[in-house]
Write a protein that binds this ligand. Structure first.
Ligand SMILES: *[C@@H]1O[C@H](CO)[C@@H](O)[C@H](O)[C@H]1NC(C)=O
Ligand SMILES: *[C@@H]1O[C@H](CO)[C@@H](O)[C@H](O)[C@H]1NC(C)=O
Ligand SMILES: *[C@@H]1O[C@H](CO)[C@@H](O)[C@H](O)[C@H]1NC(C)=O
Length: 399
C-alpha cells in the first residue's frame, strides 16, 4: 500500500515534468532516484548479512545454554545427594543432643543467678514457681517476628512503653525528657484508656533522658544525662530513689545514631541489669548487679551505632536494629552473644513488618515473648518466634 502510494506520487511528478518538457530536471530527478535506490539496496543487503550473522550467533548461544543446563542438572543431582547425607548427620546430632540433655539438663548460664540464691531466698522461692525455666537456661534465639499488633497512638513521637515482666503493670514514658511516669494495671486497661494521663501518675525525683529506661520487679531503672551519665534505681510503689551509680563513659555519644537522645539503653531481666552505650562508633555492653548497681562485666559488641535505631536483648543475645533516614524497614543486622553461643553467620536476618515510622524504643518481655515498641507515637506489640541456639556438644563427664 505504502509503496503503491509512493510510486503514484513519482508517476504524477514525472507526468508533470514531461508536460513541462524539462529534460534537464527529468534527468536530475532520475539520477537522484537511482542513487537513493542504490543506497537503499545496499542497506538491505547489509541487513540481510547482519541478520544471518545474528542467527548463527543465536544458534551457537542456544547450544551453549543446553550444554550448561545439562551440566547444572548433573551438579544439582550431586548437591541433593550431599544434602541428604547432611540431613542424616543432623538427625544423628539431634538424637545425641537429646540423649545428653536427658543425662544432664542444661545449667543456668549466668553466675548471677547463683549469687541471688544466697542473697535473696524469697526471690528464689518465687522464681521457682514462675515459669522462668526457658529464660534462665539461656538457649532461646529469636528466629522471626511472628506477628504485629498496633495497639494505640498516644503521646509524643518518641517515648517508651514497657511491662514489668514480674507483674502485669504497664508503664508509659511520654517523650525523651520528663519526670512523670504513667502506670496502668494491665495492657487491657491501657488499651481501653482514652489517654496517657488516665493512668496513675508517678513523679520521679529528677527527669529522665532518652528512651533507655527499664522496669523490672517493681523497680524503675532510668538514666539522667548531666555532665555524667547516671543510672538511677527507683522503687515505683514507694516512690523512693533506692540507689544510683555513674557509668564510666568518657564521651557522651548516643548509643544508636538514629536516636540521638538516648545515650544509654538499659535492660533489666532476671539475670540482672544490662547497659548499652557507645564508645566511638561501637556499641558496648555492661552487665550490672541490679541490687548494688556494680558493674560486673563489659563487652565490646562489634555492632556499630551508625544507622542503629534500637536494640533488644533476649537470653544473653543482643540484637541491634538498623534503619535508614528517612525511615524504611527496620531490620536486625548485628547480633552479639555474651556466652559466644551464637555464631554471627547462624544469626537470623530479621526484618520488621513494613512500616514508615522509626522505633524510638523496643522493650522485650521474656515471659510473654512479646516486644513493646514505640514507633512514631504508635504503641505496637511484636510477637517473637523463638528457636534454640546451636551449641557445642561437650561430652558428659565420667562418673
Ligand atoms: C506527651 O508529649 C507530648 C509532646 O511532648 C505532649 O504534647 C503531650 O501533652 C504529652 N502528653 C501527656 C499526657 O503528658
Ligand atoms: C536531660 O534532661 C534534663 C531535664 O529535662 C535537661 O535539662 C538536660 O538538658 C537533658 N540532657 C540532655 C543531654 O539532653
Ligand atoms: C517500701 O515501703 C515498705 C513499707 O514502708 C517497706 O517495708 C519497704 O522496704 C520499702 N521498699 C523499698 C524498696 O524501699
Amino acid at each position: 500500500m505504502k509503496a503503491g502510494f509512493f510510486f503514484s506520487i513519482i508517476l504524477s511528478m514525472l507526468a508533470q515534468l514531461s508536460r513541462a518538457q524539462n529534460q534537464y530536471h527529468y534527468q536530475t530527478l532520475m539520477n537522484y532516484l537511482e542513487s537513493r535506490m542504490a543506497s537503499v539496496e545496499e542497506r538491505i543487503a547489509s541487513w540481510n548479512e547482519q541478520n544471518s550473522r545474528y542467527n548463527s550467533d543465536l544458534k551457537k548461544f542456544r547450544h551453549q545454554t543446553v550444554d550448561l543446563l545439562e551440566k547444572l542438572s548433573k551438579d544439582y543431582e550431586k548437591f541433593r545427594e550431599d544434602l541428604e547425607g547432611a540431613g542424616v548427620r543432623v538427625d544423628r546430632v539431634e538424637k545425641e543432643i537429646d540423649f545428653i540433655e536427658t543425662k544432664n539438663p542444661p545449667k543456668p548460664c549466668v553466675k548471677a543467678a547463683d549469687k541471688m540464691v544466697e542473697q535473696e531466698p524469697v526471690l528464689t522461692e518465687r522464681k521457682k514457681k514462675d515459669e522462668f525455666y526457658e529464660v534462665s537456661v539461656c538457649v532461646d534465639l529469636v528466629s522471626n517476628i511472628q506477628a504485629m499488633k498496633i495497639l494505640k497512638r498516644l503521646g509524643s513521637t518518641k517515648g517508651v512503653w514497657t511491662k514489668d515482666s514480674r507483674t502485669a503493670k504497664v508503664y508509659i514514658f511520654n517523650g525523651t525528657s520528663e519526670d512523670t511516669v504513667y502506670e496502668f494495671n494491665s495492657v487491657k486497661e491501657f488499651s481501653a484508656s482514652s489517654g496517657i494521663s488516665k493512668g496513675k501518675q508517678i513523679t520521679l525525683p529528677s527527669a529522665w533522658n532518652g528512651t533507655g529506661h527499664a522496669v523490672y520487679d517493681g523497680f524503675l531503672y532510668y538514666l539522667t544525662e548531666r555532665s555524667e551519665l547516671q543510672v538511677n534505681k527507683f522503687h515505683l510503689e514507694n516512690g523512693s530513689l533506692v540507689d544510683s551509680a555513674v557509668l564510666p563513659v568518657q564521651e557522651q555519644v548516643s548509643v544508636y545514631s538514629l536516636n540521638p537522645d538516648t545515650m544509654v539503653d538499659l535492660i533489666a531481666d532476671e539475670e540482672g541489669l544490662w547497659a548499652l552505650y557507645a564508645i566511638e562508633d561501637t556499641i558496648n555492653l555492661a552487665k550490672m548487679d541490679s541490687d548494688t548497681l556494680d558493674i560486673e562485666n563489659m563487652w565490646e559488641t562489634s555492632c556499630s551505632r551508625i544507622n542503629a535505631e534500637a536494640a533488644f536483648f533476649v537470653c544473653g543475645t543482643l540484637y541491634v536494629v538498623y534503619n535508614t533516614r528517612p525511615p524504611s524497614r527496620s531490620r536486625v543486622q548485628c547480633v552479639f552473644d555474651v556466652n559466644d553461643m551464637v555464631i554471627p553467620g547462624e544469626a537470623p536476618l530479621l526484618y520488621f513488618p513494613r512500616r514508615f515510622g522509626a522505633h524510638s524504643s523496643l522493650k522485650y518481655n521474656p515471659v510473654e515473648k512479646i516486644m513493646y515498641a514505640w514507633d512514631d507515637g504508635y504503641q505496637i506489640l511484636y510477637r517473637m518466634a523463638l528457636t534454640k541456639k546451636l551449641f557445642t556438644i561437650v561430652p558428659p563427664p565420667e562418673e
